[in-house]
Design a protein around this ligand. Structure first.
Ligand SMILES: Cc1cc2nc3c(=O)[nH]c(=O)nc-3n(C[C@H](O)[C@H](O)[C@H](O)COP(=O)(O)OP(=O)(O)OC[C@H]3O[C@@H](n4cnc5c(N)ncnc54)[C@H](O)[C@@H]3O)c2cc1C
Ligand code: SF4
Ligand code: SF4
Length: 1004
């Protein structure tokens, strides 16, 4: 057994090596820039595996496995730091603590016992119910306890309580030998600020204070001078506040404008927070300071998140490009620091592209200031991300050091300041007689001689990740240019935004927004999808990090291939909009995810019409009345679960209703609707004749309800179609007509996404009938994932594990649940049971034939061979044109596109021949027409699945080798690789359509 197998067998579904997981764990707020990893420096930021431990035992076993195979191991909280601290620099295993977030409250000792993956917010909320609250926490309230301890910085409440390490009573750590050790007192130095290089934090005691409501007062000073003096007064007067923060004039204006925050525009705003119980101690002193400096003074609002750093970063980033550097200095050095910064950044308090800077300052109890200096450049967001203004950042770092301060964090970028940072920030440890830098260094040398634990951070690496040392060289290089602006073209091969452009082709506008995301993780906390499957790619932040990871991968490997299943995995979303509501960067996340769904839907091939003979049965046929103006829309969405359609017909018979039954060969056009509506008109035209005279359309699938009630209404006016019908979901119809006594029975009702408009009414009617309804939210993604992705399976299992039986409004979700071993039924089936109807499946209505594993494998081989053969047949013409690769992907694409499309068309034809053979074999074995249709449909689905999920790298690699053998010309292999990958991905529909150009008739 090798490493991969051992990890998979030990961690099962908590192990992943998919590109979705790996890419989404390859970026943090700092996002390592192209300047750093392009050219010679190959920082391998993409982990090979991601593990989600759920217990201390998991972590111990994982450490033992990493020691056995000598692979790097990198602990990961929520990746909200900005210096690449939680990123791999040499592949290996990232350990994401999203599933270790339990919190217990030890009221006697006034502490929370927290697992590392719990966020500060979670801890705070858990303890507030016991009359307690956090003393201090990073202003990134949604980051984790493990990450906070390992980073050991200042945050909200530091004026009274100091550093995070001052507020931790103990840490349990799995050391680099795989032993669990408890660290207390001076020994805490081993874990605090060590950024995961000395071991993995698995539990911690977080000190708490008594709960009291927080008051806030804002003092608005007219000048920096007054502000500096007022800070001095604060320390001299010993004002018993809890948190004190100062925001510069430009920052204040931006936050006030963008977020309507209570700050004075253009002034130096000092926000003072204190427990209401101390008002009489704090307020007189503050009023005296305000009077002395002629400052405006008014009541503030501390609960607004703008009071945290998010507001600053988000407000400024939306304006232009932000470069900032945190540092710690003694408060008496503030003027000196400003003079240093002025030397190369320009005027203080004036933030404009390429000139000026502003400050955001937290006060700490030992007269230390956490100063965050911000400056702005005129580059576009994506340029900045790719280029990174290392020059300015480097100068800012140096300024903090020059005035005797230290940096807040080291990460990948600033090892040379490690000693300074750990000592200057370690005042608590100094008081305890501990030199934290020496302790960590010695321990690391003894306990982790192989440098497996988060290599390349804090200490200069000697073995693994040595490449980070070359960053300093790049920084020096950057400094030779004026602040790095315009640098990209000069020193970055291939132009500044090539990787970004490539990834954007797969992810469209999603990529632009990924560059605006400030990685605060607020969306992660609220997302119900993440709550169900606490894995990072399933939360919006992870999706944006995926984009950045993919850009990185492009530069590392000379190309990137993002198959559709990766996008499906990313795009599953319940459309609740909660993330949109919290995102400080104001990214319209949920609508982006809906659009991402559309991109995938667009690529799905049209399945052949399958006629499920529902009306062969005389009993069911009696419900049909072709002259009725009420339509029962069964439609193609029911092909997968025809049992539900049969049950509906039986129930309608029971209530004596008649309707014109529209069978499974009809398509409402739902997939066309969600993929942007291109073909929807065509579908509407086809359905016009059956819908034109209808007064009511009853739908069974929520997807059909959505498309009829939204799209048909909107578009019919545009297209001059008369669509005067009402749309009714079948459940509401039945619950109105049938007499059922709920008798207090509890139902877990799965509210499928597309049923949102009517789920409230369904719940009301069920409740009126006497049921106790518990609403269960969560998108099963079943409609898109009939073919692609594993997310729906995970979602189904996660939802199902919580409830004894799910009753869903969606026939496809019901199928998905059942496929995953979860007891589930549709509400229609549930109603049928209540009225004593059995739901026997009649012959001819069986669910679709599934392909056997060997048939699937055979199809995969056929596709791979055909694609390789057809692309290989073009290798001489490719070889003949390779010199044009020097013009870049866009230009080369234009030259070679027709050739590749022709090859894909040939591949499709080749596959079709094999499919015909397979069908003939089935016929020879005596299969009926129905069987053949079902088999063809199953083949088409599997074909689509294989093409959209296969990794193209190996096939393209063979073609490139052939090309190399055919030409002696120099060419850009990276451009060739990426162009071929993109052309195949963009045109994969050609293969699907050619291969499946068989109708059901042709199959007969
Ligand atoms: C808007 C915004 C505001 C911020 N405000 C502040 C602030 O006020 N104060 C502040 O200090 N920081 C702040 N930060 C930076 C960042 O949020 C903090 O550094 C935070 O503590 C990181 O926590 P995390 O869970 O995201 O950890 P990550 O970023 O995932 O990891 C941070 C470090 O901890 C290590 N680590 C994570 N989990 C463990 C574990 N279980 N065992 C051992 N090592 C581990 C990682 O390897 C890495 O080195 C802010 C960031 C943002 C985006
Ligand atoms: S809209 Fe989607 S991504 Fe956003 S919080 Fe809701 S489920 Fe999560
Ligand atoms: S998408 Fe918005 S809420 Fe989520 S991490 Fe990014 S900035 Fe924060």
């Amino acid at each position: 057994m090798g490493l991969r197998e051992e990890l998979e067998s030990r961690f099962g579904s908590n192990f992943s090596d998919s590109i979705t997981e790996r890419f989404s764990h390859s970026a943090d707020m700092g996002f390592v820039p192209q300047l750093v990893w392009s050219g010679d420096i190959k920082l391998n930021l993409i982990p090979d595996y991601v593990i989600y431990p759920t217990s201390v035992e998991d972590v111990v076993d994982l450490v033992k496995i990493t020691l056995k195979y000598k692979v790097p191991i990198i602990p990961y909280g929520r990746a909200t730091n900005r210096y690449g601290n939680a990123l791999s620099v040499d592949g290996g295993i990232v350990v994401d603590f999203a599933k270790m977030d339990k919190v217990d409250v030890d009221e006697v000792n006034s502490q929370a016992i927290s697992e590392p993956g719990a966020t500060w917010k979670l801890v705070d909320l858990a303890v507030q119910s016991k009359g307690l609250q956090l003393r201090t926490f990073p202003s990134s309230y949604d980051s984790t306890v493990g990450g906070g301890i390992a980073g050991d910085a200042l945050g909200i409440g530091s004026y009274e309580y100091g550093f995070i390490s001052d507020n931790i009573s103990f840490v349990d750590m799995v050391n680099p030998r795989g032993e669990v050790v408890r660290l207390e007192g001076p020994n805490l130095a081993l874990a605090s600020g060590a950024e995961g290089i000395t071991g993995i934090i698995v539990r911690a005691g977080v000190k708490l204070r008594k709960y009291a409501p927080t008051e806030a007062i804002v003092l608005a000073f007219n000048s920096f001078d007054d502000t500096v003096k007022a800070i001095g007064e604060f320390y001299r007067e010993v004002i018993p506040a809890w948190h004190v923060q100062v925001r510069g004039p430009s920052i204040s204006t931006n936050i006030a404008d963008r977020f309507n925050a209570k700050l004075s525009r253009g002034k130096w705003n000092m926000i003072v927070m204190y427990p209401s119980t101390r008002s009489t101690l704090v307020e007189p002193k503050i009023y005296r300071i305000a009077q002395t400096f002629n400052a405006e003074i008014y009541e503030g609002e501390w609960t607004g998140w703008w009071s945290f750093n998010h507001g600053v970063v988000a407000a400024l980033r939306s304006k232009g490009l932000l470069i900032h550097q945190h540092g710690l200095i003694h408060y008496t050095k503030l003027v000196e620091l400003v003079n240093e910064l002025k030397g190369f950044l320009g005027e203080l308090g004036k933030l404009e592209p390429n000139s000026g800077f502003d400050l955001d300052i937290d006060l700490e109890k030992r007269e230390v200031l956490l100063v965050n200096a911000f400056t702005e450049v005129s580059l576009k967001n994506e340029d900045k991300k790719i280029i990174y203004d290392l020059a300015k950042n480097t100068l800012m770092m140096d300024s903090f050091i020059k005035v005797g301060g230290s940096l807040l964090s080291i990460g990948i970028f600033a090892h040379k300041y490690a000693k300074n940072r750990l000592s200057a920030m370690g005042k608590t440890f100094q008081q305890l007689g501990v030199d934290r830098y020496e302790v960590i260094k010695k321990y690391k040398e003894e306990m982790d001689p192989e440098e497996l634990f988060n290599p390349g951070k804090v200490l200069e690496p000697k073995k693994r990740g040595k490449v980070v040392l070359e960053i300093v060289g790049k920084q020096q290089e950057a400094l030779r240019f004026r602040f790095g602006i315009g640098l990209a073209k000069a020193i970055v091969p291939g132009g500044e935004v090539q990787g970004f452009k490539v990834v954007k082709r797969y992810l469209d506008i999603f990529a632009d927004y990924a560059m605006q995301c400030i990685d605060c993780a607020m969306c992660v906390t609220v997302c119900p999808q993440f709550k169900l499957i606490p894995q990072t790619p399933y939360a919006p932040k992870g999706m944006f990090d995926f984009v950045k990871g993919a850009v990185t991968y492009y530069y590392l490997k000379g190309g990137v291939d993002i198959p559709d299943d990766a996008i499906v995995e990313l795009s599953g979303c319940h459309k609740c909009g909660l993330c949109d509501g919290v995102c400080p960067a104001k990214i319209p996340i949920s609508s982006l995810l809906v659009r991402l769904n559309g991109i995938v839907a667009k690529k799905m091939p049209e399945e052949p019409p399958v006629d499920v003979p529902l009306l062969q049965d005389p009993e069911l046929r009696s419900v049909n009345d072709n002259s009725s103006d009420i339509i029962l829309w069964v439609g193609k969405n029911l092909v997968d679960n025809p049992n539900v359609a049969i049950t509906v017909l039986r129930l309608l018979k029971l209530v004596g209703a008649k309707a014109k039954v529209i069978g499974t060969t009809y398509d409402s056009g739902f997939m066309d609707y969600i993929s942007g509506g291109e073909k929807l008109n065509e579908k509407m035209e086809k359905n016009k004749s059956v819908l034109a005279s209808a007064l009511e359309v009853i739908t069974i699938a929520p997807e059909d309800y959505r498309v009829f009630s939204e799209a048909y209404k909107d578009y019919s006016n545009m297209n001059n179609m008369r669509m005067g019908f009402e749309v009714s979901p079948i459940e509401l119809r039945l619950l109105k007509s049938l007499q059922i006594d709920g008798n207090g029975e509890e139902i877990y009702l799965h509210a499928a996404c597309y049923a949102t408009p009517y789920v409230g009414e369904v719940i009301k009617r069920l409740t009126d009938l006497g049921f106790r309804v518990r609403k269960v939210e969560g998108c099963s993604g079943a409609i898109l994932e009939k073919n692609l992705g594993k997310r729906a399976d995970k979602m189904a299992r996660a939802l199902g594990a919580k409830y004894p039986m799910l009753v869903t409004l969606c026939p496809l979700a019901s199928l998905k649940f059942k496929e995953n071993g979860i007891p589930a039924k549709t509400l229609v089936e549930f109603i049928a049971e209540k009225v004593g109807l059995t739901t026997v499946v009649t012959s001819g209505t069986k669910a679709k034939l599934e392909l056997s594993d060997s048939e699937k494998q055979e199809l995969r081989n056929i596709i791979t061979t055909s694609l390789l053969k057809s692309l290989s047949s073009k290798s001489s013409i490719i070889a003949d044109t390779v010199t044009f690769t020097s013009s870049g992907i866009d230009e080369y694409k234009k030259i070679i596109e027709n050739v590749i499309v022709e090859a894909l068309s040939d591949a499709g034809d080749g596959i079709k021949v094999h499919i015909k053979k397979l069908l003939e074999n089935k016929k020879a074995q005596g299969a009926t027409y129905d069987d053949i249709v079902n088999y063809l449909s199953a083949l088409i689905k599997e074909l689509s699945n294989i093409i959209s999920t296969m990794q193209l790298d190996p096939i393209i690699g063979v073609v490139i080798n052939q090309v190399k053998g055919l030409t002696s010309e120099q060419f850009d292999e990276g451009v060739l690789r990426q162009t071929l990958i993109l052309l195949v991905r963009e045109n994969e529909k050609v293969i699907k359509e050619r291969a499946t150009a068989l109708t059901a008739d042709a199959a007969s």
